[in-house]
Every structure is written in C-alpha cells, then in structure tokens.
Write a protein that binds this ligand. Structure first.
Ligand SMILES: *Cc1c(COP(=O)(O)O)cnc(C)c1O
Length: 438
C-alpha cells in the first residue's frame, strides 16, 4: 500500500462527506496510515499536526494508550447489547458520571451515535414533552442566525447555513432564527457583552410574540463553530435562560462541539452559571475514538413521559444506542479529565498559545483574532473565494492540518500539544499566510 494507490481506490469507491467530489481532480485526498498523539502520518512517513482534532473530536491524541487499554478490556467482555430491555455497566457508569458533572441538574441520559441524531432526539423530546403536557401547539423550534446543528432533516431545519439547507428546503419544516450574539457585532465603544444584550432584546421580542408555538430554543453555547467560530459573551446565555423560563420554552444547549472542555470549562454553559433543559454532547465525548452522542435532560422532562401509556413514552431508538465500547471510551476520556486535571492544564496551555500568537493577532492580514478556551480563530483579510483551499494546501505543505471555514482560520488542537507543536501551529500559520497573500 502507498499513498497513490490508496488515493485512486478511494476516489473509485468512496463518496467523501462535505465535498464536491470533482474538486479532487485538482485537490488530492490525503491518505493517512496511522495516528500518534496530535500527529497524522501518511504512507511515506509524512507527518501532519492535527490542529483541528480531526473535525473537533480528538481530545487526547490519536491511539491514546489509556483509551485503547479500556477498549481492549471492554472488547473482551461485551462488544454490544441492545439497550431496550437490557443494560450494562459502561452505560450506567457513564450516565451517572455525566449527571454528576451537571451537578445532577440533568439526571437522565439518552444515547445515539452522532451529533445530528442527538439534536433530533432533543427536538423530538421537547415537542413530545409539551404534547404530553397538553400543549401540542408548541411544535416549532427557534435557533440563532448562523446556527449549525447537523444535517439530518430535523437538525437541518434548525441549521442556518444556506449552502447546506437550500437544496433540501422542500423537505424541511424550517424554524425561525433570531440575531446571533456574535461579539464581533459590537459597535464602536461597545463590548461583546453589549452585543449579547442587544441580541437578547431581539430574542425577547421574538418570544413575546411567538412563545405559544415555540417548543424549544436551540443554541451552541459560547461559540457558533461551524459558521465561522462566532464567539459570544456568556451574558447571552443567562438572558436566554431567563427568557425561556419566563415564556415556557425549553433551552437546548448543543454542546456537541463546545462540550468536553473545549470552551475552557467542561460544559460551556457552566460559564453562564445556568443549566439547560437539554444538553447534546458528541464529538469529544469518546475522545475521538468511537461514534457516540448523548442527550441529557432534567428529571422533570423525564417524568412527563413516565406513564402507563406506551405512546406517552419516548419510543425513539437507534440500533447502537449506548454501545458498550463507545461508553467505555467515554469513561476512559472522563477519567483522563479527572486524573490529569485537564481543565486547569488547558488554561496554562491556552495562555502559552496566546503568548506565542501575539504577533499573529496583531498581523494586518488578521482580523478579530479571538479565543475561547481551546478554540482560536481569526478572519483573514481577503475576498479570495479560494482562500480556504489555498490556505489549507499551504499549511499542509508545512506539516500542519488546518481547514479554514471561508476566510475564518481556526485552531482546535487536541489537548496534548506541547511547545514544539504550538511553534508549528503559529509559525506554520504565519508562513501559510505569507504563501497565500504573496
Ligand atoms: C458537528 C456538530 C453537529 C453534528 O454532529 P454530527 O456528529 O456531525 O452529526 C451538531 N451540532 C454542532 C454544534 C456540531 O458542531
């Protein structure tokens, strides 16, 4: 096996995601043979720093020995068992641990295998809660401008990305959007908190008029990742929580990207001192090893389904719901957080990266350099429609995997990078900007 032969076979047999396949006539696929810590390695031994954690999933490096040991152990005991009518140790232990991490505000965990399915579940549960409560008219959902919640039909209906949504518009019952609290919208003399407060005023106006038909408001707390790493002040979440309480609307925190320490706290909503009614997790929850997602909710929501009537129950299911291997990977991931004091260590890591990135942040080609926890982003001062692709290629040539969203360059590295990797990340970004702007 070598790079070229794998590449040819892939283009013959595999339909790759999020891709117009014709671009691969000129942009080569990157064959990867192995992963090691924050590095991806091809068949010729070329190494790439995985500075976006393989689509934001990898927390503690590839082939992590602690997660792998847990998986080997689990594989010898129980690979899978259906979760309807059966239970097993990993799913129970994981549910208990996750609930404890919310301070038991969210006492019940429902499982699926990917983020979009978690969003579907939260939407269905919210609607069904209101239906069981005698308010079936609450059957619409509200999201933020520029929201991204996944691409199955229900999730797409609350995703505000024209490129992903427009082709399927006839299939969707699209929800409304309210203005994003994006801190970049702060006017002269304003702070990001002012921008958050202004967006909260718009949310209040919307809910005052429409609350009777709104089941839930879904948000990506602190960072709207997929649509350009738009960051907002936690004040928005405090106001949204109060408004949702006032108007009897569920608050769904989609922490699929920002959960698991990515925002600087284990859950992003912690920074606002609030608890959502539903919390969606996926991506980092298994440390990036196996597909797993979870929807956590309150005892009050759970109680509204608990009844002699089957139809009042939540009958949703996926074949691999609560897969023991994936749950073990998640338990091993949570154990690393505890044993290594990861949240604290990440604060030091982030400070180190910010220090090294000072010149980059001040670069005239760099606009709105911003940071939340273990996410960094800036907008390149260019209108080149091919910027993302050209920057990606320039960075790859320097052994650095970055994949801009339009002209937004972002870093979302695994939490195991050290000084040398920070040097490559920042220095490689500056060199890639030089190459693209020359
Ligand atoms: C990635 C993502 C999803 C969808 O998760 P998939 O596993 O890709 O289906 C949903 N919401 C947010 C905020 C995400 O970043």
């Amino acid at each position: 096996m070598n790079n070229d032969s794998l590449l040819r076979r892939s283009l013959d047999a595999v339909w790759h995601p999020c891709t117009q396949m014709k671009v691969h006539e000129t942009l080569p696929l990157v064959p990867i043979r192995s992963g090691e810590g924050p590095w991806l390695i091809d068949f010729e031994g070329r190494r790439y720093l995985d500075a976006i954690s393989s689509w934001w999933v990898n927390l503690f490096g590839h082939a992590n020995p602690r997660i792998n040991a847990a998986l080997r152990d689990q594989l010898e005991r129980l690979d899978h068992v259906m979760l309807a009518g059966f239970t097993h140790e990993p799913v129970v232990a994981l549910s208990e641990k996750l609930s404890a991490l919310t301070g038991h505000a969210l006492g019940h965990c429902f499982y699926a295998s990917d983020g979009a399915s978690a969003v579907e579940i939260a939407l269905k549960m919210s609607f069904h809660f209101w239906r069981n409560s005698g308010r079936p008219g609450k059957n619409r959902f509200l999201s933020l401008a520029g929201s991204y919640h996944g691409e199955t039909l229900g999730a797409l209906a609350v995703t505000d990305v024209a490129l992903f949504r427009d082709a399927y518009a006839p299939l969707l019952r699209a929800g409304d959007t309210v203005p994003s609290p994006d801190g970049r919208q702060a006017g002269p003399g304003q702070t990001p908190r002012d921008a958050a407060a202004a967006a909260a005023v718009a949310l209040e106006a919307y809910l005052a008029e429409h609350h009777a038909e709104i089941a839930a408001f879904i948000v990506e707390p602190l960072v709207q990742c997929a649509t350009g790493m738009a960051m907002h002040d936690p004040e928005y979440l405090r106001r949204a929580r109060a408004l949702c309480d006032h108007y009897d609307v569920h608050l769904i925190a989609d922490e699929i990207a920002v959960g698991c320490g990515r925002s600087g706290t284990f859950f992003a909503h912690e920074q606002a001192g609030i608890a959502p009614d539903f919390l969606c997790l996926s991506k980092g929850i298994s440390g990036g090893t196996l597909p797993l997602s979870v929807v956590m909710t309150t005892d009050a929501v759970y109680a509204a389904f608990y009844d002699d009537s089957t139809a009042r129950g939540f009958l949703h299911s996926h074949s691999y719901t609560g897969n023991p291997l994936a749950c073990r990977a998640a338990l091993a991931t949570l154990a690393i957080f505890e044993e290594d004091g990861v949240i604290e260590a990440n604060r030091r890591l982030a400070a180190q990266l910010n220090e090294r990135a000072k010149a980059l942040a001040a670069d005239p080609r760099v606009r709105d350099f911003r940071n939340t926890g273990m996410i960094w982003a800036f907008d390149a001062a260019t209108d080149d429609p091919l910027f993302a692709r050209r920057f990606h290629q320039a960075a790859m040539e320097r052994g650095l995997l970055l994949r801009p969203l339009g002209n937004t360059v972002y870093f979302m590295p695994p939490y195991v990078i050290g000084g040398a990797e920070i040097e490559l990340l920042v220095g490689g970004t500056q060199a890639a900007l030089d190459a693209v702007f020359q």
